[in-house]
Ligand binder design. Structure first.
Ligand SMILES: Nc1ncnc2c1ncn2[C@@H]1O[C@H](COP(=O)(O)OP(=O)(O)OP(=O)(O)O)[C@@H](O)[C@H]1O
Length: 261
């Protein structure tokens, strides 16, 4: 089996601006990547290419063995689980939580017309339980707290048993307790025996689950460093990525960073 994702020298241009500039990146089965970079670095754009949501302007993007431009993306997308603010915005606020999750089996938002089997509902309930939000199954999505919504979205992303899981800032907007609980859950998901290759986008090294294996650092649409965590993520590479002197510390598997005086 080839790589889960392979990008070769991809560029994304919008309105004459290069949002991504010559990015090459390879994700193998079993890899768990974090993408770090400042605001506007191109992280979401990169994830959208990986999710087959946008095509690169130049370069080659191969996702799950299929090359963008030569594949029906509507067949490819259900094989990819994704959470992002943009996806969350499209979830109807009046939708029942259980339906938000179950409707992912057909890669549709808003439960209408499709028929689901008992086995789909059982899987959705198991996922909600795993994510710790089973008791909210009959609430409407709009009544949940931000942290609960993030968990429901992750359950939804896992519903179709994806081969690639993409998480765009899943901890954004969470309080400290909710963030820590989510990092723990993401760690559990990543450690699961049949876990899909996973990519997590964040601004904060504190949000990297201990079991994550690789890091890609992005600045101004270009890769500063990419590879196994131990060789890639350090004070020097992080300082270059964020354009300021930073001290990075790892303790008990978790990372913290602060500006150097
Ligand atoms: N259609 C567009 N035209 C011009 N510039 C765009 C367009 N879409 C996005 N951009 C710019 O591309 C850059 C990269 O955006 P992107 O959302 O990928 O960054 P990001 O690293 O995810 O940022 P953040 O951390 O703030 O979410 C930003 O500077 C953004 O303003």
């Amino acid at each position: 089996m080839g790589p889960v994702l392979e990008l070769t020298d991809i560029t994304v241009v919008r309105d004459g601006t290069k949002l991504l500039d010559g990015v090459s990146w390879r994700v193998e089965e079993g890899d768990r990547w974090v993408i770090l970079g400042p605001n506007g670095a191109g992280k979401t754009t990169l994830l959208q290419v990986a999710a087959a949501r946008i095509h690169p302007t130049s370069g080659v993007a191969t996702i799950l063995g299929e090359t963008l431009g030569r594949v029906d993306v509507f067949e490819l997308r259900p094989r990819i689980g994704m959470t992002s603010a943009a996806v969350a915005e499209r979830i109807p606020r009046g939708e029942r939580v259980l339906d938000v999750v179950v409707s992912a089996s057909y890669a549709v938002l808003g439960r209408w017309r499709e028929k689901y089997d008992d086995v789909d509902y059982e899987r959705a309930e198991r996922l909600l339980a795993w994510l710790g939000v089973a008791e909210h199954r009959d609430r409407t999505f709009g009544t949940l707290s931000e942290g609960e919504r993030k968990r429901v979205q992750i359950a939804r992303a896992l519903m179709s048993d994806p081969e690639l899981l993409l998480l765009d800032e899943p901890a954004a907007g969470l309080d400290l307790g909710a963030r820590e609980a989510l990092v723990h859950t993401l760690d559990e998901i990543a450690r699961a025996e049949d876990a899909p290759a996973t990519v997590l986008v964040t601004h904060h090294v504190e949000e990297i689950p201990p079991s994550f294996t690789h890091a890609l650092l992005l600045r101004g649409g270009s890769v500063v460093a990419a590879g196994p965590m131990a060789q890639t993520l350090n004070s020097r590479s992080l300082s270059e990525t964020f354009g300021m002197p930073l001290a990075l510390v790892r303790s008990a598997g978790r990372w913290t960073a602060r500006a150097k005086p």
